[in-house]
Design a protein around this ligand. Structure first.
Ligand SMILES: [Zn+2]
Length: 347
């Protein structure tokens, strides 16, 4: 976080940094997009005010003001720019609300709201980004996460993985309704021949159940057809034969990896490794509720996929992602007691 230190001196410096990331090519009006804006006096918390000339003319007012944070997820926050920078740095270290509250010297409830905003912003812009697709060699697997089903935080048993020797019925049975929502994991193996290749890119989705009807549209949307597709022998994946070079590893028969005659390594070990790392991350959020599980998973997904970058680059990528959302997803989510159905995202 050292690169943040110059901006953590005072609110004005922090606001200037945030503005630079939001508008690298110069400030434009968040309402009309015009660059004909003039800076006015700052707010008490250091944010810069601007007047949009075209907007003012159109509304026949003397001024049409906006600030560095207008129409962003930070707009209604009472935290100062400096505090936000600090919270975001701690967020990137994968801390939970209690830890962030202690480190940033803010109330725990405030920290909780902050991480919901940050995770939610990443979910809306990064996780739901329809252009993000996996290709070449993709592994798929599913696991189960214990989470409160009522949308209220409560202590729940630590998550445990479905038994290794998973009978089909056993695996098919756990659902979100039962408090153990399944997660679908898709991962594009890292290209080991390319030194500069990014980290193995992962796509993680919290599901209601693991029926073919549930996962089929997700896989179709996220994995480019023609890719090699590796799964275990679980029959929910059989439909993928049509669009992918689908190869299965037979866990039931004790097989975990094999070399096919064409030299292809058939296994799901990349995804298996990711599950244990995700589990470690989610364990930090004791008593995680189903209502927020997908947001925490989205943070893990984002930070994992940017893991090959240096810390400041990831920080700026986070900020750019957050500034490209309006917080619309979170506003809609606030009116729902449970996680919003996936059908809203895959149509
Ligand atoms: Zn305007």
């Amino acid at each position: 976080m050292r690169h943040l230190l110059p901006y953590l001196q005072d609110d004005q410096k922090a606001a200037d940094y945030l503005r630079q990331v939001r508008w690298p090519d110069g400030v434009t009006c968040p309402r009309c997009g015009s660059a004909a804006v003039e800076p006015r006096e700052r707010c008490d918390n250091g944010l810069q005010r601007f007047n949009c000339v075209p907007c003012a003319q159109r509304s026949r007012q003397q001024f049409a003001m906006f600030t560095d944070w207008t129409s962003s997820i930070f707009e209604e926050s009472k935290l100062r720019p400096l505090e936000w920078l600090l919270v975001m740095g701690l967020w990137q270290l994968k801390l939970n609300a209690t830890e962030i509250a202690a480190a940033a010297d803010i109330q725990e409830r405030t920290a909780q709201r902050c991480i919901n905003l940050l995770d939610g912003g990443i979910y809306e812009t990064y996780h739901l980004d329809p252009t993000r697709q996996l290709e070449h060699q993709v592994e798929a697997d599913e696991c189960y996460q214990s989470a409160g089903s009522k949308g209220l935080a409560r202590e729940v048993a630590r998550r445990e993985r479905a038994p290794r020797q998973r009978g089909l019925q056993l695996r098919g049975r756990a659902t979100a309704e039962m408090g153990r929502p399944p997660l679908l994991g898709l991962v594009q193996r890292r290209d080991k021949t390319d030194q500069d290749a990014p980290a193995a890119q992962v796509y993680l989705e919290v599901l209601e159940n693991v029926r073919t009807a549930t996962i089929k549209p997700i896989i179709a949307a996220k994995v480019k057809s023609g890719s090699q597709f590796f799964t275990d022998e679980y029959n929910i994946y059989h439909f993928t034969q049509a669009d992918y070079d689908h190869r299965t590893v037979n866990h039931g028969a004790g097989e975990y990896a094999r070399h096919d005659p064409d030299g292809t390594c058939v296994h799901c070990n990349t995804m298996e490794g990711l599950w244990s790392s995700l589990r470690n991350f989610l364990d930090r959020f004791k008593g995680i509720s189903q209502r927020f599980l997908h947001l925490r998973v989205a943070r893990y997904e984002f930070l994992h996929n940017y893991g090959h970058l240096h810390w400041p680059q990831t920080f700026e990528a986070t900020l750019r992602s957050l500034f490209s959302t309006t917080g619309d997803y979170l506003r809609r989510m606030a009116h729902q007691h449970r996680r919003m159905p996936l059908t809203l995202c895959y149509r």
